[in-house]
Design a binder for this molecule. Structure first.
Ligand code: CAA
Length: 261
């Protein structure tokens, strides 16, 4: 399928979504968000795909929601559409999909761009990456996780600092704060992200789903509830063929052949 604002392609078992509005620094227009949703839905439904990478350009992952799209919007429109979480937008697909999504971030990840990277399951960043929630400078505020995911990830002090001043943080600060899992040179970003995604795509898919769900449950549960969920999920891996294969392969000193069953 071809799109106007993104590129969607496959690299082996990995789906790759490239945001492609270079003139607007990949600002997330409504049209682009709908295309992202369609591309993610297609990868989610494709049995040959085990993980997804989302990336932008060397200059910008995404410089936020498209301010020109939002400029004339009124409360009632946004409220009735449940923007940005409504069912037709890319955010909905990103928030609900089971396959892991890796954000490969070079350059700017601002506003909705930072929020989109955080809605992914992991952020791998290039040395030139910069993150920020500058919405307050526009007289508005983060609306897609900037006050929530950011706070849970980097803590109150830094989340308040970023959301209240609109300042950007560089990649070292982002990594120190726990927002970014790895920093790589710009030229190696995509290869590294694809390699990580391929590693995940070769694991047992049901177990990948359980791990992603269990990590995410930690954000919405008490420790007791989370530990209970985790142990139940762990028990359920013993109902899979892949767990049997994984342990047999270890004992027999060979690579496991997971069948996603
Ligand atoms: N929306 C629409 N267009 C944008 C954009 C955005 N978020 N960010 C950049 N652009 C456009 C610029 O308007 C410009 O287009 P023209 O050449 O047609 O004028 C082009 O991208 C290049 O941008 P600049 O010339 O401004 O480039 P720069 O290097 O001087 O500055 C920047 C880069 C600091 C990112 C600056 O563009 C900027 O401040 N952008 C806005 C960032 C922002 O406020 N993002 C938050 C948006 S609101 C949001 O995301 C809401 C939410 O949580 C759901």
């Amino acid at each position: 399928m071809t799109y106007e604002n993104i590129l969607a392609e496959t690299r082996g078992k990995v789906g790759l979504v490239t945001l492609n509005r270079p003139k607007a620094l990949n600002a997330l227009s409504l049209a682009m968000m709908r295309e992202i949703g369609k591309a993610l839905d297609a990868f989610e439904q494709d049995d040959a795909i085990g993980a997804v990478v989302m990336t932008g350009s060397d200059r910008a992952f995404a410089a936020g929601a498209d301010i020109r799209d939002l400029q004339e919007k009124e409360f009632m429109h946004l409220f009735l559409a449940d923007f940005p979480h409504g069912p037709t937008e890319g955010w909905h697909s990103l928030n609900t999909m089971r396959k892991p999504v890796i954000a490969a971030v070079a350059g700017l990840a601002l506003g909705g761009g930072c929020e989109m990277a955080m809605a992914c399951d992991m952020i791998i960043a290039a040395e030139n990456a910069r993150f920020g929630q500058p919405e307050i400078k526009l007289g508005t505020m983060p609306g897609a996780g900037g006050t929530q995911r950011l706070t849970r990830t980097i803590g109150k002090a830094k989340a308040m600092d970023l959301c209240l001043t609109g300042r950007m943080m560089d990649v070292q600060e982002a990594e120190r704060s726990g927002l970014v899992s790895r920093i790589v040179p710009v030229a190696e970003l995509l290869d590294e992200a694809l390699k990580v995604a391929d590693t995940i795509a070769n694991m047992s898919r049901p177990v990948v789903y359980l791990v992603k769900e269990a990590v995410n449950v930690s954000f919405s549960s008490t420790l007791q509830e989370g530990l209970r969920f985790e142990s139940r999920a762990f028990h359920s891996t013993f109902a899979t063929e892949d767990r049997r294969e994984g342990m047999a392969a270890f004992v027999e000193k060979r690579e496991p052949q997971f069948k996603h069953r």
